[in-house]
Write a protein that binds this ligand. Sequence first.
Ligand code: RIB
Length: 312
Amino acid sequence: MSLRGRRWYNNPNKWAGGGFMKVLNYGSLNYDFVYQVDHITAAGETQASEQRETFCGGKGLNQSIALAKAGAKVFQAGTVGSDGQMLLDELNRYGVDTAFVRMIEGETGHAVIQVDRNAQNGILLFGGANIKQSKEEIDRTLDAFEEGDFLLIQNEINLLDDLIDSAFDRGMCIVCNPSPYNKALENCDFSKISVFMLNEVEGFQMTGKKEPGKILDVMAKQFPRAEVVLTLGEEGAVYQKGSVRVKQDCIPVKVVDTTAAGDTFTGYFIAGIIKGMRPADNLKRCAKASSIAVSRKGAAPSIPTKDEVDIV
Ligand code: RIB
């Protein structure tokens, strides 16, 4: 395997708090329609909801806002429909650069989210504009970035395989949150990924293993050069690089809505890498940020600022 996408690793100015690398988040932008329900609706069941609220969301948008709130400079790329201005305004409000977001005809992506009495959720996606990416736009966007810059991706847009190949050819450091995990990911060359951010469900889907230690064993074997962050809900999170594992416990809070907890963790983790934080300190900060996010309603609005997180 070529090491092109990983050259930045050996450049301490790029990695350890040098701070001049850019972060491009190429991902989804959604309107989230959030329904409070007694329980997640079962197959064949009809259930009345207790309340509906609309929030800005999408794994792409949430992770960009988490990065920005954590203090990083981030560029969002992707596509919204003609009804998507509110999402751009939300990103801009937190200082995310939206110059690479295209507004096209048609509908913006959305998510129908059920939140149950235990604050657990079930999410149904409508791709809309998110699945209208083109190769030309991907190349035009990546042309503005260079070797050592970060590309953050999730799996709510089309052409992810092309995006990974093009970014790797340019020597970018690719951070992948393989969520939601589905067939489209089978076309992607994961050996080009530098950092995986995944939860237990995605870990199982990627490795066929349920137990966290076994998930990490398989990831280490298949992707020996990649860093892996496995989030485990109430059990905290584990960081792995090679034979090194670092565990972080969850910070207990009253949970209101778990939506975007993982997105918060991902955004804060990348911001921590850019700050040059050691994995243990980085995980601790991410756990704090996620614990605040789950204690609030909604996706993007629940993500805390660094002032809220870094308070002693
Ligand atoms: O991770 C939470 C997000 O997943 C929601 O904001 C929703 O839009 C879906 O993308």
